[in-house]
Write a protein that binds this ligand. Structure first.
Ligand code: SAM
Ligand code: SF4
Length: 317
């Protein structure tokens, strides 16, 4: 549906849990309660109804996220129900990949046609440190399993952190040389309780082009907020997502629903409207009104948080 300033809003990011099996430093505050929100989680029935209404309103691309979505015991039921809804164009998932090797085939069968795996380093020790104890090999096996299941191209999301993983840019870019894989570098945002700490590590997405000048721009999809590039002999693509250095609010086509059922029209705004307990025409009219009034933009800077008061794992990215 078209919002009040003419943007065609087609994309819903839906978090199914606030729980996570990793503790990435930039996403979760130290000592974060990774099991939180489970009590208030939307049920599979509520999720199905919200997505059905979203599709009716014209939001035909759905991304399942979290927390870690694969931690939810009924994840295959949820994905299957959403995947069967008429009018759905794309069903995607964002995951840290730890449990993906186990689930990739079933996700594909249930209708998932795109998977984004968050992977900020290719170094096992650094991975353990950045994720609060994660095992790199499990995430890599998850990526391989998604490819084998036919969910291609897998997208790898790398959050750029100065002094942490910026020396790995070339290695990540070179993954796209021989594999049909998209590597997307994302600017670190000062979100939630980790906001101040994140500001110290911010680096602009331009560093990727400075480090790999051989990357050539390729045709930009009007729908994607990433700008895409390719190595001259590359099979995959390299994307840059630059919410801080080059905000894309004017072509932002997405809204979010949190695991506890709040519709967030802007990631960085404070506005949240509860959908819990709503159904039928009331649910539809509430969603339509909120999406129509989606804020024009955000005023986020690398060290200037917006009005959002949630941590990223409580929104879904
Ligand atoms: N657990 C799943 C995962 O890690 O892919 C899904 C949820 S996670 C919150 C979604 C995305 O948000 C991940 O790609 C993560 O790297 C990104 N993210 C979290 N905090 C961020 C921040 N402060 N700035 C930029 N991206 C962030
Ligand atoms: Fe968990 Fe994803 Fe946040 Fe890492 S980025 S703590 S995997 S929700």
């Amino acid at each position: 549906m078209v919002d009040r300033i003419g943007r065609d809003i087609r994309y819903l990011r839906l978090s199914v849990t606030g729980a996570c099996n990793l503790r990435c430093r930039y996403c979760m505050p130290a000592g974060g309660d990774c099991g939180e929100n489970q009590r208030d989680q939307l049920t599979a029935d509520q999720i199905e109804e919200i997505v059905a209404v979203a599709i009716k309103l014209g939001l035909d691309k759905i991304r399942i996220t979290g927390g870690e979505p694969l931690l939810r015991e009924d994840i295959l039921d949820i994905v299957g129900r959403v995947g069967r809804l008429a009018g759905l164009r794309e069903l995607c998932m964002t995951t840290n990949g730890i449990l993906l090797a186990e689930y990739a085939g079933a996700l594909r069968e249930a209708g998932v046609n795109r998977v984004n795996v968050s992977l900020d380093t290719l170094n096992p020790g650094r991975y353990r440190e950045m994720t609060g104890g994660g095992t790199l090999d499990q995430a890599l096996r998850g990526i391989d399993a998604a490819e084998s299941a036919g969910i291609v191209p897998v997208r790898i999301n790398v959050v750029l952190m100065g002094g942490v993983n910026d020396r790995e840019i070339v290695e990540f870019v070179h993954l796209t040389r021989d594999r049909v894989i998209d590597v997307r570098f994302i600017e670190l945002m000062p979100i939630g309780e980790g906001g101040g700490r994140n500001a110290a590590h911010f680096i602009s997405g331009d560093i990727v082009l400075d480090t790999c000048p051989e990357l050539m721009p390729i045709n930009q999809s009007t729908e994607d907020v990433a700008q895409f590039y390719q190595l001259p002999d590359g099979m995959g693509r390299v994307g840059l997502i630059t919410p801080i250095s080059r905000p894309f609010c004017g072509r932002c086509n997405r809204v979010r629903v949190t695991a506890d059922g709040k519709l967030k029209p802007c990631l960085h705004g404070g506005e949240e409207i509860s959908l819990v307990g709503l159904s039928g025409a009331v649910l539809e009219e509430t969603m339509r009104a909120v999406i129509f009034e989606k804020p024009k933009g955000h005023c986020l800077g690398s060290d200037r948080p917006g009005e959002n008061r949630r941590n990223m794992y409580q929104i879904g990215g």
